[in-house]
Design a protein around this ligand. Structure first.
Ligand code: 6R9
Length: 671
């Protein structure tokens, strides 16, 4: 991630391929001038801009009488579309179901290829209405929080929309979180109803979802109802409390939706802060829906007939906004994928793209890094011609990975939308526009409509005006889909987001902007290492490792860099690396040594970034600690290298907690 001013100037600009421009006639941005004019209006006159967009893109039960209510100096969260009334399920389902009931809403790509099915908008409406009535029959009413603990199955989408249909609030918890983590989220939200599945299936393995719920509920006495989706038919029901999801079939196919106020909460989504307990980010109905609708339309160029495949889970925000709400509001088809990118083989994504003629593909770089190491022979056998836009989300994408994605998956025809945003933002903040804005590898492009990104000097708190420059990334104005509060804790919301740099929303990220105002996100501020006064992005060093070679072959699949305290330099860098298979074999056969590799790796960083960035130590490990959404948990690595193994903190958010012991012994054995 280039943060150095000179390097920023050197990043090459790639024209957005014209082929990815959506078909004309659907109100998309079609040239750079239009984008600029629309952006300008959106930040200078948000009332007019968003008022029009909200009336165009959403259906309302009652029109709003004011677009934006904001506090002076942006010290409070805003309210949008005051006194308007609408319903999210109506916006996502009814209007399309009534106009065109046979249009496909969901393509369910099950764990085993070939076992999925599709649901039309007409069928989706029926299922949503039936489940809504089941929930009502169990006492769920407007404003109640329903916890959804489901993997990527159509019932997850149906559940979210059924909850929203009756004005209740959904709280999706990733179906893989431990009983303890689930319990904390149920208790914090005071949720009385849980929707889950008997067993999940992922890459051929069984996930005991219902058992986890049962364990969690031992300490949640207020939960009165558990609705159980039958996936495998295994496992029992607790009489009085549990009810089969299939019981919904007893209800009639239509029930009216409950219109709610624009600011009524649509959902909570828990996300981890840098410290303390997870934050239940609370999103509004109208503002969130507009953000989802507008970004999905413009960033991915959605047009009627499109098939969008967001390979993220509903347990995190990408799944909410771009697997469910964004595509459905726009009336296109969404692919709900239950499995992993490597099941049954590493070509699963490409199978899906060709089989369903996917037009938009959206994934996190962590999956791309994994797939890239399989080379390009297999992928060349696929047509992938249906694709127009390729999204990336969740972490910075290294230039090598960007190039691989652009050429091998996109074949140079697709716009890469490196989309920067967060759970708190509800929808995309910065990105390329398909076929319109030029792209720079490693940059998440330009701000989306309504977003005024600024850089702030972290020491003085003053906005940095010159370009190129780096600083703390903040947003200088409220936007419709920003989270309104942390559930039950508005002071914490203000302290975390609005008070650190008064007048701005603090994203928590460090970033740079180049001379053309392209945004380069360096990563969370806690992932920035300061060595001898040089601020270094961990991502920058990690990207440079990917370039390292031995015998002319790439050595490193993936790495994580952390800063540790150092007497001389303030902080020093240590790296954890996962090696390519061929190198592991050679090391095992004694043809190479770990020190050959680490000497080379350090050399590349010295060359690429500067001697000050050279890691002090490189640890070879089998895997890196990651969250469910694929983010590397550097905090844990930092504790392990500092010997604070008794203070690793909350591990329930890890997807692979079993690797921790190996990491500790690798570090200790090399001491
Ligand atoms: C959508 C999502 C948010 C954090 C965010 C930032 C990182 C997300 C990024 C990116 C560089 C991108 N992040 N997108 N960094 N380039 N395109 O991921 O939400 O799970 O809340 O994470 O992810 O550090 O602050 P969330």
């Amino acid at each position: 991630m280039p943060l150095d001013n000179q390097k920023l100037l050197d990043v090459r600009s790639v024209d957005a391929p014209a082929n990815s421009l959506p078909a004309d006639g659907h109100g998309h941005v079609r040239d750079l001038e239009t984008y600029k004019a629309m952006w300008k209006e959106s930040v200078e006159n948000p009332d007019k801009f968003f008022g029009e967009q909200a009336r165009n893109l959403l259906v309302w039960n009652r029109d709003f009488d004011q677009v934006l209510h904001k506090s002076a100096n942006f010290v409070d969260s805003p309210a949008w579309f005051l006194n308007g009334q609408l319903n999210a399920a109506v916006n996502c389902v009814d209007r399309h179901a009534l106009a065109d009931p046979n249009r496909i809403a969901i393509i369910y790509e099950a764990d085993e290829p070939g076992e999925g099915y599709t649901l039309t908008y007409g069928e989706l409406l029926k299922k949503v209405c039936q489940l809504a009535q089941l929930l009502i029959s169990r006492g769920v009413k407007k404003g109640d929080v329903v916890t959804i603990y489901l993997p990527m199955v159509p019932e997850a989408v149906i559940s979210m929309l059924a909850v929203a249909r009756i004005g209740a609030i959904h709280s999706c918890v990733f179906a893989g979180f431990s009983p303890g983590a689930l319990r904390d989220r149920i208790l914090d939200a005071d949720s009385r109803v849980v929707i889950t599945i008997d067993q999940g299936l992922r890459a051929g393995k069984v996930i005991e979802a219902k058992k986890i719920v049962d364990d969690a509920l031992e300490s949640c006495p207020d939960v009165q109802t558990v609705v159980v989706v039958e996936r495998t038919g295994k496992g029992g029901l607790i009489p009085g409390r549990d009810i089969k999801y299939g019981e919904a079939g007893k209800f009639k196919p239509y029930c009216p939706a409950v219109p709610v106020d624009s600011e009524h909460p649509l959902f909570l989504l828990y996300t981890s802060g840098s410290t303390g307990k997870p934050k239940g980010m609370q999103h509004s109905t109208a503002g969130y829906l507009l953000g989802a609708a507008l970004t999905a339309k413009h960033v991915f160029g959605l047009t009627p007939g499109d098939i969008m495949f967001t390979a993220g889970d509903v347990g995190w925000i990408t799944g909410h906004t771009y697997a469910v709400y964004g595509p459905l509001i726009n009336g296109v088809t969404t692919v709900i994928f239950e499995s992993t990118p490597v099941y049954p083989t590493h070509t699963r994504y490409w199978d899906i793209v060709d089989k369903h003629q996917v037009t938009q593909f959206y994934v996190a770089p962590t999956a791309l890094r994994l797939l890239r190491k399989y080379g390009h022979e297999e992928i060349e056998k696929y047509s992938l011609k249906s694709l127009r836009t390729l999204g990336s989300v969740g972490e910075p994408i290294a230039e090598e990975v960007w190039e691989w994605y652009f050429h091998n998956v996109g074949r140079g025809r697709c716009t890469i939308c490196d989309t920067y945003w967060l759970t708190e933002s509800g929808s995309i903040l910065g990105t390329s526009f398909p076929g319109v804005t030029p792209m720079k590898p490693g940059s998440c492009g330009y701000p989306f409509f309504g977003i005024k990104p600024v850089l702030i000097n972290p020491t003085t708190g003053v906005e940095v005006d010159e370009r190129p420059a780096e600083g703390v990334l903040a947003i200088a104005n409220p936007w419709p889909s920003m989270a309104r509060t942390i559930w039950g804790d508005y002071p914490r919301y203000q302290d975390t987001y609005l008070r650190p740099f008064p007048g701005h929303f603090f994203t928590g990220d460090g970033a740079a902007m180049d001379h053309e105002n392209f945004i380069f996100v360096a990563g969370r501020m806690d992932d920035v290492v300061n060595v001898s006064g040089h601020r270094l992005s961990t991502a920058e060093i990690e990207a440079s490792f990917l370039e390292g070679k031995l015998d002319n072959e790439p050595m490193i699949v993936e790495s994580a860099v952390v800063g540790i305290e150092d007497e001389l330099t303030g902080q020093a860098i240590v790296a954890f690396v996962v090696l390519e298979g061929w190198l592991k074999d050679k090391i095992a056969a004694g043809e190479h040594t770990v020190s050959d590799m680490s000497r080379e790796a350090i050399q590349v960083v010295r060359k690429d970034i500067g001697p000050f960035a050279a890691p002090k130590k490189v640890f070879v490990v089998g895997d890196l600690p990651k969250t469910r959404s694929g983010k590397i948990m550097r905090r844990i690595l930092r504790k392990i290298v500092s010997g604070e193994t008794d203070q690793l903190g909350e591990l329930s958010t890890l997807s692979n907690p079993q690797i921790i012991d190996d990491l500790i012994s690798t570090v200790q054995n090399s001491a």
